[in-house]
Design a protein around this ligand. Structure first.
Ligand SMILES: *Cc1c(COP(=O)(O)O)cnc(C)c1O
Length: 430
């Protein structure tokens, strides 16, 4: 963590958020001025940070056959999608709504993979009409349904089966997805059978094998536990006459929230290709579905201190952002760094940063040493991923605006909701 009293170099893990003349900036934009102009809470993203995160993947890939499908549930703002589409990304979608966003942002449907345990028939139809690259199918029942839908359209749907390799991703239980007890995927022991079912269905064409073992992985060894099991499966499929073209290893690379040292895409890819070579499977194309690692540290959430409350056991800084704007602390006990936008002199004391929502779970950060006064603007770090996308209207709170900074300019990429927006669509009885 950067101490606000030190030389103020920048935020941990955020390459494009730094202090200049004592004020936190996103690229060339001073965040105190932005907060007073646009109000808070406010999500602020850096275009250069998105591009830099993308480059960690594209540089690591080089000329190897890898398609990066941005796991867009992490941040699905159209401006973010458009940036990644421009950079050449594909997209990993989990709903018909996300498909609509990809198409609206000019994404290439031929680079879209469709994941998720509960795809509905209308979503399958929309994806087939758009011409997506592949469906990542998660159950036998879904295979049957997809085959029927595709057949009714005179098509064959390209499929991978999402295999659950039963590996421990050593991450928070809510974001661990590759264990037997999770709802995701088809157990590795049943995968061969499921592939045989798929091969016999007239509306399907088998193209790949897929897995996604969890999120915020800070160690790459779980990927290799999964990889060996998937390569074993691909050998068995080959022997059964089922040819596999691509291997999708999902998303999950972690980011630095505090002091984590997450593995780089290069470390992951170099070792994956080494294993593919060693096992004579260098013909396989690879798909990755990173979400968090492309956007997490490209954004902050600005919030203003409303009141300081010095209670018996704790000091509280009550701010205008809440769990409806940033759910991760309440949901996962997650850590987000907190930095004052304009650090002030004075004794720092320990605060819990809490919102106005009527829930004890409505906290954003705990026990942070800060020198604060009412009216100060704070930046909650690492708010580019799983922040705005999880926002709700709980307590009839309007969702915050989103801004993209590009050099010294900023663009409002999502208007702040109004209270009228919230009441629209409701009616009382006659
Ligand atoms: C959430 C998700 C991703 C993205 O995960 P990150 O941890 O954000 O990289 C990729 N694939 C699937 C299937 C997902 O559910």
């Amino acid at each position: 963590m950067t101490s606000p009293n030190s030389t103020l170099p920048g935020l941990a893990g955020h390459p494009h958020f730094h202090y200049q003349n004592g004020i936190l900036h996103a690229e060339g934009v001073a965040l105190d001025a932005l907060a007073s102009q646009l109000g808070t809470p406010l999500y602020v993203y850096s275009r250069a940070a998105l591009a830099q995160a993308w480059r960690t993947y594209s540089d690591a890939i080089g000329t190897r056959p890898v398609l990066v499908c941005y796991g867009m549930k992490a941040n699905s703002n159209l401006a973010v999608l458009k940036e990644f589409a421009r950079l050449g990304a594909g997209f990993d979608i989990v709903s018909g709504g996300e498909l609509k966003r990809v198409l609206a942002a000019g994404g290439n449907p031929a680079k879209v993979v469709f994941s998720g345990v509960g795809k509905q028939a209308w979503e399958m139809r929309a994806a087939l009409e758009a011409g997506v690259k592949c469906f990542n199918v998660e159950s036998q029942a879904e295979l049957q349904c997809l085959s029927d839908v595709a057949q009714s359209m005179g098509q064959r749907a390209r499929v991978s089966l999402r295999v659950n390799p039963d590996v421990d991703a050593q991450t928070h239980p809510y974001i661990s997805t590759g264990l037997k007890e999770n709802k995701f995927g088809i157990a590795i022991e049943s995968a061969l059978d499921a592939y045989r079912t798929a091969a016999a269905l007239p509306g399907l064409e088998i193209v790949g094998v897929d897995c996604h073992i969890g999120s915020q992985l800070t160690d790459i060894s779980p990927y290799f536990d999964a990889l060996e099991k998937l390569l074993d499966l691909i050998e068995q499929l080959d022997a059964a006459g089922i040819a596999i073209q691509h291997l999708d290893l999902g998303g999950g690379l972690g980011i630095r929230y505090t002091d984590e040292i997450p593995p780089s895409p290069k470390a992951l890819l170099d070792q994956v290709f080494e294993r593919l070579q060693a096992r004579g499977m260098a013909h396989l194309h690879l798909v990755l579905e990173p979400g968090r690692s492309l956007v997490g540290n490209a954004g902050v959430l600005l919030t203003t201190v409303q009141y300081l409350k010095h209670a018996q056991a704790r000091n509280f800084a009550i701010v205008d952002a809440a769990m409806n704007d940033l759910l991760r602390p309440a949901l996962y006990d997650a850590y987000h760094g907190v930095q004052p936008v304009a650090p002030r002199d004075g004794a720092a004391i320990e605060y819990d940063i809490v919102g106005p929502v009527c829930e004890s779970a409505d906290w954003l950060a705990r026990q942070r040493k800060l020198a604060l006064q009412a009216g100060d603007v704070l930046a909650l770090e690492s708010a580019g991923a799983y922040a705005m996308v999880m926002a709700s209207n709980y307590n009839t709170r309007a969702r915050a605006a989103e801004v993209m900074v590009d050099g010294s300019r900023h663009y409002i990429v999502r208007q702040r909701e109004t209270l009228d927006d919230l009441l629209r669509g409701e009616s009382t009885l006659p």
